[in-house]
Design a binder for this molecule. Sequence first.
Ligand code: ARG
Length: 400
Amino acid sequence: MSDRVVLAYSGGLDTSVAIKWLEEKYNLKVVTLTVDIGNVPDFEAIRQKALKIGAIKALVVDARESFIKSFVFPALQADAVYEGQYPLATALGRPLIARLLVEAARKERARVIAHGCTGKGNDQVRIDVSVAALAPELKVIAPAREWKMTREQTIEYAQAHNIPVPITKASPYSIDENLWGRSNECGVLEHAWNEPPEDVFLWTKSPEKTPAQPAYLEIGFDHGIPVSLDGQELDSVTLVQKVHNLAGQHGIGRIDHIENRLVGIKSREVYEAPAAVVLLKAHQALEDLVLAKEQLRFKARVAAEYADLIYNGLWFTGMRQDLAAYVESTQRYVTGTIRVKLFKGSCQIVGRKSTYSLYDYSLATYDKGDAFDQSASPGFIHIWGLPARTQARVQPEPPE
Ligand code: ARG
């Protein structure tokens, strides 16, 4: 009797070919698993396609809520952005997909997991490492890393095996999308000098074509988690989707990044992440209001570490748990409301309020009601400047 494999299935060409290839090459019975983490159409059609090609079972899991709650929001609380630019949408989706593959493999008594990642990217690392951490007994096969077929040969293989190949010219880009963002690679984008053509963008309007009037939005946070829009409480998935739609309408969230991949190459990535850009900016603005200077400085260092860890596929590690515990602690008072203005591709913070605000009007104002004791400043400056004066006396600055 042949063993079973659970294949992460997107419905695209590579993973469709993989169904047959796993059967032919490894004599495996294929169970496909398609994970809904947002913004992908028609799951029933994908399921039917898998069965038609030869899968013995085709599973679809709606994981949008766990994606947002267990992966996206912790990353938002951390302000995790890779290399200061990429909000990590694809990178956050992979450990969840890996966990669901492991769960399905256990349920289906499969001994093998398969995915469509190539041998050149970060995604293979994220899935392989996550599966190994969660279920070391499972074997992982990545057909596209093994079969050494060019795109043409993959299409020929598909045609020879009656696997439907989209008749329309397939998108020239390699795309991955979920609620937190959309990643585009390949085609003309591989030439770093080329401006991304408009057809790369699906979620964001070109700023040339956005409304002539700005939109305002009030985002309510509770312990660093966005919970309401314009005073209306919303579930996590709806909230992210609404911000996504509005920000996309105003052309916000286009990111063009020369990125350092884990496997050592630089790659040109074009992202659309309207919800992520707005929510990260709003979250940071609230932290500016309620966290002390030292907390903000240290947290920014943790954010960079956390982003690297997510990018590098190390979600299921002790280090991730430790960073998450620190971040969780920093969010104790990150509760309040941020007002943003969305206009012509940019998101500006125009208002902030919180019960826990450390911004004190009576200390900051130059108007009536100033409570700052200016007469104490000379004494403070005398002590503060002591080391500078001492050093200047003993080690004078050389003349220019
Ligand atoms: N460079 C990004 C990352 O490593 C995006 C990867 C996109 N994946 C894809 N299959 N197109 O997270």
